[in-house]
Write a protein that binds this ligand. Structure first.
Ligand code: CDP
Length: 233
């Protein structure tokens, strides 16, 4: 059976499924630096699909609506057809990554309360930071929608960080993307080690920072595997 490809990104492919659903196939590609650095990590698509499915199911159990419906195969999700908003929404509990380069904030500073940030999905412009005015002008979302998304981000952060804490690990930050289903805002995309930063109390890194920092692919893969095992056991 020929399935119709709707779009392809750096790590996932979207296929037509039925009127209200699409398929999201997780590739084995791993990228960093707006796609500048790129490799194939065999089996990574399955790991990220499984990790994402696990977190989407967890959020759904807490009454947070996501696009997740079920699995078509081990690396392909059936998801609700959304009109995606090209914005990345980040919550930070502990400072690392772009924020310590952009602002006079030191690596490891704790954010109480957590910080929510919006970025435009635009690799050529290196995903610039957005405020409410930018998002209204660019017709991305209204201020009211942005504030609603901030509330969801804080709820999701509470759920994910306490879950991860119970597993003996620490959620530094994570990114979500949202889409519209009629007039509702629903969480789309993925929740995996590509989109979150997880460390332990000794600052051991579990997430894509291993790849960003140049660790070998075997180490990256082993860490993704270990994390999936930790959350599912
Ligand atoms: O990753 P980078 O240091 O460039 O950006 P960041 O703003 O510090 O990233 C915050 C969080 O969003 C991290 O968990 C990243 O993995 C995630 N992120 C992502 O999933 N996709 C991006 N294009 C940028 C960040």
């Amino acid at each position: 059976m020929e399935v119709n490809k709707i779009s392809e990104g750096k790590t996932k492919i979207v296929y037509d499924f039925d009127k209200d659903h699409v398929l999201l196939r997780f590739k084995d590609d791993i990228t960093a630096g707006d796609g500048q650095k790129k490799d194939i990590l065999e089996g990574k698509g399955v790991l990220n699909a499984q990790t994402s499915a696990f977190f989407f199911r967890l959020l759904e159990r807490y009454g947070i609506e996501t696009h997740y419906v079920g699995m078509k195969d081990e690396r392909t999700m059936i998801v609700k057809r959304l009109k995606m908003i090209p914005v990345e929404v980040v919550v930070r509990n502990i400072a690392t990554g772009s924020i310590v380069k952009r602002l006079p904030i030191k690596e490891g500073e704790v954010f109480e309360p957590p910080i929510v940030e919006f970025f435009l999905k635009d690799d050529l412009r290196h995903d610039p930071l957005l405020n409410y005015y930018h998002m209204e002008h660019l017709k991305l979302m209204s201020r009211k929608e942005a504030q609603y998304i901030e509330d969801i981000m804080i709820k999701v952060n509470d759920i994910l960080s306490s879950f991860i804490k119970n597993k003996g690990l620490i959620l530094y930050d994570f990114k979500l993307e949202f889409g519209r289903l009629d007039d509702k805002l629903v969480i789309g995309d993925e929740i995996s080690l590509d989109s979150m930063r997880i460390r332990n109390a000794n600052s051991r890194i579990f997430d894509k920072d291993l790849y960003r920092k140049g660790y070998d692919l075997k180490t990256v893969k082993a860490s993704y595997e270990e994390f999936l095992k930790i959350i599912t056991s």
